[in-house]
Design a protein around this ligand. Structure first.
Ligand SMILES: Cc1cc2nc3c(=O)[nH]c(=O)nc-3n(C[C@H](O)[C@H](O)[C@H](O)COP(=O)(O)O)c2cc1C
Length: 352
């Protein structure tokens, strides 16, 4: 029987308070999402992939990704790139920004990324992957992690050859999303590979892919011996999934709770991205939050049509007046974010 989901574990010297990790998701994992993830029980949260070239060129927008709030820790910031020296330099900046862990993306299947030699391309180029890992591990004193897919082609077992080499090169933790890059998000994550990887390395392994419930999380932990599970799509617009997975709290949120949580998320995101960017960015979240049969479809469609986030807030409060008191409580308990930045980019939609 593997770990209890509520138990803490270590990545190097970093203590992770639960065995649930919130996945890095491009176009999703903004600071508001990560802070919320911690509040609902994720032991570790992760930024979306940040371009190492953008960091190197001090691209102001890219640097916006390196803003860390006090209540996010422990936090991993994920970088991607294909050049060891530049990745080492980017890692140094990520550490200076306050990341507890520097994560590297060796899994993104999107062509825009792989054609530059980054992301899932590195699964096919072990010597470059190891050189990058070594450069990053040598550049920082915090633990370094790598997130990868099973391989590029369907049925590939490349991750099992590469994983131990990456550990040798300095990785302190590996995350495996056992789909091939070609699969994108189709089919299913084959966690028998995760179990094999666990048996091959002496560092913690995080299992990513298709973790949607406590039962699934526990069965993957038990079957693989992984140290933690990572939750991605199941947490989109649904932080309650994290509470269910970590604590077995399967109570469905009331409409008032959903509305309060969404309004809080909207306000934090507007402070983070500015109204113009946030209003477009948030639309997918309206559909996610209001789904699961929580609100009628026409209401969801109406919100997506509204132009300003203030209009959305007004409509939500009209539909669920009891949300106001809950919201007040949420806002009173939220620590002030240390860093707020207008103009933070919504990067290319990546993946891993
Ligand atoms: C919209 C979206 C964006 C993603 N972006 C990233 C990313 O930036 N970096 C990364 O390593 N993985 C990324 N992923 C992959 C997830 O971290 C995760 O491994 C994958 O979604 C499988 O987990 P799930 O079934 O819990 O969603 C992304 C996934 C989605 C759906």
């Amino acid at each position: 029987m593997a770990g209890n989901l509520r138990e803490s574990w270590f990545i190097g010297e970093v203590e992770v308070p639960t065995r649930v990790v919130l996945a890095p998701m491009a176009g999703v994992s903004v600071q508001a999402f990560r802070r919320q993830g911690r509040r609902f029980g994720a032991g570790l949260v992760c930024s979306e992939m940040v371009s190492c070239a953008g960091i190197e060129h001090r691209n102001e927008k890219t640097l916006g990704y390196l803003r860390v709030a006090s209540d996010e820790h422990p936090l991993a910031i994920q970088i991607f790139g294909s050049e060891p020296r530049a990745m080492g330099e980017a890692a140094r900046m990520v550490e200076a920004a306050g990341a507890d862990i520097v994560d590297m993306n060796f899994g993104c299947p999107v062509r825009k990324v792989t054609k530059t030699g980054a992301g899932a391309h590195l699964l096919e180029d072990a010597s470059l992957a190891c050189a990058i890992t070594e450069a990053v591990a040598n550049a920082v004193s915090v633990p370094v992690s790598v997130k990868m897919r099973r391989g590029v082609d369907d049925g590939s077992r490349r991750c099992l050859e590469l994983g131990p080499q990456l550990v040798e090169a300095g990785a302190s933790v590996l995350t495996l999303h056992p789909r091939s890059a070609k699969q994108m998000y189709t089919g299913y994550a084959d966690h028998t590979l995760t179990a094999e990887l666990v048996s091959l390395v002496d560092v913690p392994v995080i299992a990513s892919g298709d973790i949607t419930s406590r039962a699934k999380a526990q069965s993957v932990l038990d079957a693989t011996g992984a140290s933690a599970v990572m939750v991605g799509r199941a947490a989109q617009g649904n932080p309650w999934a994290l509470a269910e997975i970590v604590d077995g709290d399967s109570a469905q949120p009331s409409r008032e709770e959903v509305a309060a949580e969404l309004i809080h998320f909207i306000r934090e995101t507007v402070r983070e991205l500015g109204e113009r960017r946030a209003s477009g960015f948030l639309k997918k979240f309206y559909a996610w939050y209001l789904g699961y049969g929580r609100f009628p479809k026409p209401f969801k469609n109406e919100l997506v049509q509204l132009h300003s986030t203030e209009d959305v807030v007004t409509r939500l409060l009209a539909a669920a007046p009891g949300a106001a008191a809950l919201l007040e409580e949420l806002e009173a308990n939220a620590p002030e974010s240390e860093f707020l930045l207008e103009g933070m980019p919504i990067s290319l939609y990546g993946g891993g």
